[in-house]
Design a protein around this ligand. Structure first.
Ligand SMILES: [Zn+2]
Length: 361
């Protein structure tokens, strides 16, 4: 269903996700109006922003659930398992992995992801072609590429770590990326603290991980307005350690959530939210913001909250589902307990899809 229509129920409204009874008017791909009178409509339920997954590597979906092994053996360029598998894979195999990952994200309520894409300009072009507006594509040069050729295809650059580059290279990439007005992200502090200072030195658009960040690192990121994307499940499976999320929040950093390599984790934000909330933060609203609005800010998107003028990308949870019965707080139930089966409708670019993926006629 497209054109103009009304969705009603309990809205997690605005940037504070305040639960209010009301309705949302969807017009084309946008939210045209939000009102707080009770009204009946065909689509009713709990209206919640769709998720923005702030850090993925969709390209490595070609191999899932390898044996547990140290982080360096898994993902470090150039010889980690991930890179050996990627180098051996055909573009068609990589494309199929990306397509299936986007399918999982669609079924689990994610409207957009911010992806670090390997394989240079060709890799960025491939992801752009398949994902279209569903992904912010941050590429990196492969042998034979220039940073300019990557930037011609991508929405920006995603650097693996300053540790993996010769001196001065990260600064050069950052400078050229910023000149085009595009986005630059960088992994830092995943293995240890050694690459954090040099990552912050380039003043990136955002940092990823900061698992081993000290209080002064978090303060420096926060003082410079650099958001941090954390990936707790990824850190757990790679043995990198547990990210200091409470300390990051206390430092005042803008925090977002990512699921990282599809090789290691399902790109399912319900799972990431539950981990972040129960293991670290005990702050449902903060975690929902990490999974929606803050990821959207990093990707410079007009998504992540229910407000007039925003993109109509939101979820309508089925409040009759067993999950929501006896809930004391609907937002808490979304973050701590809900899953894909509780989504009644996924409104994406203003079009309403049932959770079985059939388009509402
Ligand atoms: Zn990563």
């Amino acid at each position: 269903m497209s054109g103009e229509y009304v969705v009603s129920g309990t809205i997690l409204y605005g940037d504070e996700f305040e639960a209010r009874e009301g309705y949302v008017v969807v017009s084309g791909p946008k939210i045209r109006e939000v009102g707080f009178e009770r009204c009946d409509s065909d689509i009713r339920g709990l209206i919640c922003p769709a998720f923005v997954n702030a850090h993925t590597h969709l390209g490595d979906a070609i191999v899932k659930d390898p044996p547990f092994m140290p982080l360096v053996d898994l993902v470090a360029p150039p010889d980690g398992l991930k890179h050996r598998v990627l180098n051996a894979a055909s573009p068609a195999e990589v494309a199929e992995g990306i397509r299936s990952s986007l399918g999982v994200m669609g079924r689990t309520g994610t409207c957009h992801c911010v992806d670090f894409r390997e394989n240079g300009a060709a890799g960025a072009r491939l992801l752009k072609r398949i994902a279209g507006p569903r992904a912010t594509v941050l590429g990196r040069p492969a042998p034979g590429d220039t940073i300019e050729s990557v930037l011609a295809e991508a929405d920006g650059t995603g650097i693996s770590s300053t540790r993996d580059l010769p001196p001065g290279a990260a600064e050069d990439i950052a400078e050229k990326t910023k000149k085009t007005g595009k986005i630059i992200g960088i992994h830092a502090g995943e293995l240890n603290r050694d690459d954090i200072d040099t990552a912050i030195d380039i003043m990136p658009g955002f940092l990823v991980h900061m698992t081993h960040a000290a209080a002064k690192d978090m303060k420096r990121a926060a003082d410079n307005g650099i958001p941090v994307v954390t990936c707790p499940r990824s850190n757990a499976i790679t043995g990198a350690g547990l990210p200091p999320l409470k300390e990051m929040r206390e430092a005042g950093a803008t925090l977002a959530l990512g699921t990282d390599n599809v090789m290691l984790n399902s790109p399912d934000m319900f799972r990431e939210m539950e981990w972040a909330d129960k293991l670290f933060l005990h702050d449902d609203e903060f975690v929902l913001r990490m999974a929606t609005l803050n990821g959207a800010k990093i990707a410079r998107l007009n998504k992540g909250s229910i407000l007039p003028g925003k993109d109509a990308d939101f979820l309508v949870f089925d409040l009759k589902s067993d999950t929501f019965k006896s809930s004391q707080n609907l937002l808490s139930t979304v973050v701590r307990r809900a899953g894909p089966d509780d989504i009644g409708y996924f409104i994406y670019e203003g079009k309403a899809w049932r959770n079985n993926y059939s388009r509402r006629s």
